[in-house]
Design a protein around this ligand. Structure first.
Ligand code: DGL
Length: 259
């Protein structure tokens, strides 16, 4: 048993899609969420810079007593999780584009991956995609420009639709039947994406899998909690208002913090 909080970080608001899955599966766990929105998008930064920011975020959460860290960001996971696991003493849960289920289930043998440049160019992504894409055509696309629009709350905007049309049309023309969302910001675009790709394409995101993995690791290390009134603290270093926008249905505290 450990009543200490679960620490979660992302480059911004996107990881709230993961927080929601964790909260649904583990309602008695306290959480601290860190949105490094001031430095978003991570996807356009160098591997060194993504690592430096991931270390800073991890130490912020560890200094507040977190018992486990969920890296709710594909870009940070694929560039930094190996180092974080080697360096710090707590368990780390990461998120990577879920190529495996898409490749296993695809009938057209053609799948799409929409992720950030930082994820698509990482060594970890390249290894995973090689391991699971034998006999599969894997079309990857950098979603440049989407994260800043989501950060600004423009989820349903004309700009988002135009970018998605540009990125997804070539994949549809090449016959994908699965689309893997490789960025935790993108689940907020699912209604728009589904409209563009039609119901012939199955969209896969890994939020639920991350929550299940978090539960199983907490159990394995005897770290689960049964807080009766768990608190949930959210911090943004850019705008608490923008972060709040994604948490409207939840009883949580959201604050600006200059870190
Ligand atoms: N939400 C992040 C991800 O899963 C990062 C997006 C970004 O900051 O570029 O990759």
């Amino acid at each position: 048993m450990s009543l200490q909080p679960i620490g979660i970080f992302d480059s911004g608001v996107g990881g709230t899609s993961i927080w929601k899955e964790i909260h649904k599966l583990l309602p008695h766990e306290e959480t601290i969420y860190l949105a490094d929105s001031k430095n978003a998008p991570y996807g356009e930064k160098s591997a060194e810079e993504i690592l430096r920011l991931s270390i800073k975020n991890t130490e912020f959460l560890l200094n507040r007593g977190c018992k486990i860290i969920v890296v709710a960001c594909n870009t940070a996971t694929t560039n930094a999780i190996a180092y974080l696991r080697e360096t710090y003493d707590v368990p780390f849960i990461g998120i990577e584009p879920a190529i495996k289920p898409a490749a296993l289930n695809s009938k057209s043998k053609t799948i799409g991956v929409l992720a950030t440049k930082g994820t698509l160019t990482s060594a970890l992504f390249n290894t995973t995609s090689k391991n699971y894409s034998e006999g599969i055509t894997l079309l990857d696309q950098d979603g440049e420009g989407l994260v800043p629009l989501i950060e600004a709350g423009k989820v349903d905007s004309i700009e988002v639709k135009a970018l998605l049309m540009k990125y997804l049309t070539p994949m549809i023309e090449k016959g994908i039947d699965y689309l893997v969302l490789g960025c935790t910001h993108y689940p907020y675009l699912i209604p728009v994406i589904q409209d563009i790709v039609s119901d012939k394409v199955t969209i896969i995101d890994s939020g639920e899998a991350v929550a299940k993995q978090t539960k199983s690791i907490l159990e394995k290390f005897n770290l689960s909690a049964n807080n009766q009134r768990p608190k949930h603290k959210f911090y943004s270093n850019k705008s608490s208002e923008e972060l709040k926008h994604f948490l409207m249905d939840y009883e949580v505290s959201v604050d600006f913090l200059n870190f």
